[in-house]
Design a protein around this ligand. Structure first.
Ligand SMILES: Cc1cc2nc3c(=O)[nH]c(=O)nc-3n(C[C@H](O)[C@H](O)[C@H](O)COP(=O)(O)OP(=O)(O)OC[C@H]3O[C@@H](n4cnc5c(N)ncnc54)[C@H](O)[C@@H]3O)c2cc1C
Length: 478
């Protein structure tokens, strides 16, 4: 039975089937918890911060008292598991959906990518025709690349897991301008990596799932509230925030308890470790880690930073809800208030910006906004807040899947320890969708382990979007 004990010496080893302890209240941990509880498992979720959400969360701005996101997060229609999670949490009405992507070039010219109402990939036609950011020659090259991605099918992209996307782009004659003005804005945010260096598998997945398989895939979802509000409904009955786990206890080849920083010990039957991979390695005794193949490659996963900037101007500067900026440093900006005075800007793969001073960042961002948004030419930046997440996500470089662990223990591994987190093997890059998938996969493993009364055989993972007929026709239904 899961217990909270006041002192280690009072620890009870008593357990009863059907108790899971989830460590980490990010999206992966919450997804595991909500799924397991729906299958009748008793779940305790432990999170060291005062609120849930992990890397997709908000904080209270000490100056204004306002709740701000660590960074703007967006999702797409193809994030089927994240949408399922929001439904389970009862917050789907807090997501606003947009079909048009706004672009701003170096001279501040406004352009749109708006896809038509046809099934995928025919709907791309409308977007391409009116997309003045690219020359006609570049649009034709893009069509050919898209056709090649369709011919690959979902299975074919797997064979490109060890290939750099830059190599693939060269093979298909995609020129530098096309890469800078189309592939880069789309992929840098989605993969948090320089597109040319990323695995072609993950780059092509973005286009297949968001644009080519189903016309609903590209629709962009933006929370209409601070991220923290999405987690106001607890994912399970027993959520303990502000409780830091200090380590794990082991007995034989299993986990026997969770040590909290205040000396208490929680005991369950199964444990879902939903913290980031840096922490996972610290908590495992070397001998046990050696016997469990999941832990062999963790140190090879490299982290990439993301910078988010909250910008308050003295007057309205942007009417559209967002803009992709074709000249940096900020790559995307989002309007955060009705009037358009408050913006949030994002730099993905922000290695060059992570260590710069706040003043240097804000001066560069203000100058960029003046250049690229005509309404902002005379505007003054009244206040700016820069948030750098140095370990935002792992880099999806070629071969990365070899180092990503499965959620479920292998034979001979730590039998009651399950892993969840965007870094685990989800077949998605490090995204909110990837994190939720990992939580659902861990929950499926836990339900299987706990047996029939607790959802054995339960399936939580939701399929990707159903391929539409043109895709099926062109790929032979792959
Ligand atoms: C700046 C930024 C922008 C992003 N933008 C997007 C986006 O637009 N779209 C998108 O899909 N994805 C985006 N992502 C990626 C997305 O946020 C992550 O992939 C996802 O949130 C990871 O969730 P997780 O549960 O795997 O990990 P985490 O969110 O890191 O959760 C781990 C949790 O474990 C807790 N924990 C750690 N140690 C302990 C301990 N000792 N005791 C108890 N608890 C502990 C942590 O506090 C944390 O809450 C972005 C990420 C960042 C950082």
């Amino acid at each position: 039975m899961t217990q909270t004990l006041t002192r280690p010496e009072q620890q009870s080893e008593m357990t009863a089937a059907g108790r899971a302890i989830v460590i980490g209240g990010g999206l992966a941990g919450m997804a595991a918890a909500v799924a397991l509880e729906s299958a009748g498992v008793s779940v305790t979720l432990v999170e060291m911060r005062k609120s849930l959400g992990g890397r997709a969360s908000s904080f209270v701005d000490p100056q204004s008292g306002e709740e701000l996101d660590n960074c703007q997060h967006l999702l797409l229609g193809c994030c089927t598991n994240l949408r399922d999670f929001y439904k389970r949490m009862g917050v789907m009405d807090r997501i606003r959906w947009e079909r048009t992507v706004h672009f701003r070039d170096a001279r501040g010219q406004h352009d749109l990518w708006r896809m038509g109402g046809l099934p995928a990939p025919l709907h791309l036609g409308a977007g391409m025709v009116g997309f003045g950011v690219l020359s006609v020659k570049q649009r034709w090259a893009l069509v050919q690349a898209m056709m090649a991605m369709i011919r690959l099918g979902r299975k074919g992209r797997e064979e490109l897991a060890d290939v750099e996307f830059g190599t693939w782009l060269n093979e298909y004659g995609q020129d530098g301008g096309l890469i800078d003005r189309f592939y880069d804005p789309v992929l840098r945010g989605a993969l948090n990596e320089e597109p040319r260096k990323a695995s072609a598998k993950y780059a092509i997945q973005v286009f297949q799932e968001a644009m080519l398989v189903n016309a609903a895939g590209h629709v962009m979802g933006l929370p209409v509230c601070p991220l923290g509000e999405l987690y106001r409904n607890a994912p399970c009955g027993d959520v303990r925030c502000g409780v830091r786990v200090a380590g794990l206890r082991f007995a034989g080849t299993g986990v026997s308890g969770v040590e909290l920083a205040d000396g208490q010990v929680l005991v369950g039957d199964v444990y879902v470790l939903a913290v980031n991979h840096h922490m996972v390695s610290k908590w495992l005794p070397a001998e046990l880690a050696r016997g469990d193949e999941r832990f062999g490659g963790l140190e090879k996963l490299k982290s990439v930073p993301i910078l988010g900037a909250h910008l308050w101007f003295d007057r309205p500067v942007m009417a559209q809800s967002h803009a992709v900026l074709l000249e940096g440093p900020l790559q995307w900006v989002f309007r955060k208030d009705r009037a358009g005075r408050v913006l949030h800007g994002v730099i993905s793969a922000a290695r060059e910006w992570a260590d710069r001073s706040r003043e240097e960042c804000l001066a560069a961002f203000e100058a960029q906004i003046h250049r690229l948004l005509p309404a902002a030419r005379e505007a003054k930046l009244e206040r700016g807040l820069v948030v750098v997440e140095k370990r935002a996500t792992f880099s999806p470089v070629p071969g990365v899947d070899r180092w990503r662990p499965m959620q479920t223990p292998p034979p001979g591994g730590i039998g009651n320890l399950f892993l969840a987190g965007d870094y685990t093997r989800t077949d998605w890059p490090a995204t909110m969708e990837g994190a939720v998938r990992s939580g659902y996969l861990a929950a499926e493993g836990v339900a299987e382990k706990l047996g029939e009364n607790h959802g054995s055989g339960a399936r939580f993972l939701v399929d990707g979007l159903e391929p539409q007929w043109p895709w099926r026709l062109l790929t032979g239904r792959r």
